[in-house]
Design a protein around this ligand. Structure first.
Ligand code: PBG
Length: 353
């Protein structure tokens, strides 16, 4: 048996980021039959390399004002906007299913939105009220909140818009203040999704200065200027108001080295965990980030991904439960520590059974 030649740089292994397997011997058919290990269920279980469990799931939920209110989201069948009381009840249900954490996203009343997103720094805004209610109902579920401005601005951008420009440093100052208020309301993890430069360091500093040194930061470090966010914008009511696009602050979908640089900077500024977003079309980024930095790396299976799979399943073109679980397992194979997914309760129920 002859040793395999080592893979040379310039192979596809570089782009994928993972080290090539070093096979000591090159076996050959008919001595080698790969199907032997796949022949039976018990054997397939023995050789299974990656596993999806409920511990991998973070459930994003949409919050609205009012009481005992649920609203459907047209492009996300099976997902609803929930009033604070119902969000607390659903969080309880999620905890019973074993889901470790929820991530909240508010649909702020249009009358409250303004050019600078000032409602984000109201201690009693919708997101902070939801955090308090969820924490009161289920202290043991993790609550992840986002201090980005887009739900709060009249123009739908993640930052403050002045003369056609999203101003970085002023936005960062506002986001850091919002993060402190979210921590004060009981958030366990601050997860800024805005992609402003320097925000992680500013948030870390502000949290520490206010006694929140134990509150973690999950950075949306590699957030792409993607078209897969469409249904989310319907869900939080920014699709109708968004002016232009987010290309001056999110990453170009063509780039991958730039994503590594973003992660490096955010870790240096104090991020405890990082995230890749969107998910499925960006599994190569998950793998590169995990291999390069070996830190907790999450993926966000975004609204458009949920919409695609759900629409095909509703048409009878795909098996809903099977593609859902396969898509989530793919994140584990790519190296993700966990996944933010609207499928979380459905997947948790299947994984428990
Ligand atoms: C913006 C934000 C986005 C998502 C969450 N927060 C993207 C956007 O609207 O540009 C997308 C989530 C999803 O599509 O599921 N800060």
């Amino acid at each position: 048996m002859k040793p395999l030649a080592p893979r040379r740089s310039g192979d596809d292994s570089r782009a994928g980021g993972s080290a090539p397997a070093q096979h000591l011997v090159a076996g050959q058919f008919p001595a080698v039959r790969m199907r032997r290990n796949r022949r039976t269920g018990w054997s397939r279980r023995l050789v299974q390399e990656n596993h999806l469990t409920v511990d991998d799931l973070i459930w994003p939920i949409f919050i609205i004002d009012g009481n005992n209110k649920r609203e459907p989201i047209a492009a996300m069948p099976g997902v609803e906007r929930l009033s604070v009381d119902l969000a607390a009840r659903e969080a309880e249900r999620a905890a019973t299913l074993g889901i470790p954490a929820v991530a909240t996203f508010p649909n702020i009343d249009m009358s409250v939105r303004d050019a600078t997103g000032s409602n984000v720094i109201d201690p009693d805004n919708l997101i902070n009220r939801a955090t308090r209610a969820i924490k009161a109902a289920v202290p043991d579920i993790g609550v992840i909140t986002d201090p980005a401005l887009d739900p709060f601005t009249s123009h739908g951008h993640d930052g403050i818009l002045r003369n056609g420009v999203i101003v970085n440093d002023e936005t960062v100052a506002q986001i850091a203040r919002a993060a402190v208020l979210q921590a004060a309301a009981g958030a366990d993890i601050i997860a800024p999704s805005d992609m402003m430069d320097g925000r992680i360091g500013a948030i870390r500093k502000a949290l520490d200065a206010n006694g929140f040194q134990d509150i973690a930061i999950m950075s949306y470090a590699t957030k792409y200027a993607s078209a897969f966010y469409g249904p989310y914008r319907e869900a939080i009511g920014t699709s109708g108001v968004l002016q232009g696009d987010k290309k001056t602050y999110y990453i170009d979908p063509a780039n991958t080295d730039e994503a590594l640089r973003e992660v490096e900077l955010d870790l240096a500024e104090g991020a405890d965990m990082v995230m890749v977003k969107p998910g499925m079309p960006y599994l190569d980024i998950v793998r590169r980030v995990k291999d390069t930095f070996a830190v907790p790396t999450f993926a966000y299976q975004v609204s458009g991904e949920y919409a695609m799979l759900t629409a095909a399943a509703h048409n009878g073109w795909l098996d809903h439960d099977k593609v859902m679980l396969e898509s989530l397992l793919a994140f584990k194979r790519a190296g993700a520590s966990g996944v933010l997914t609207y499928f979380a309760p459905m997947a948790a129920r299947l994984l428990k059974a």
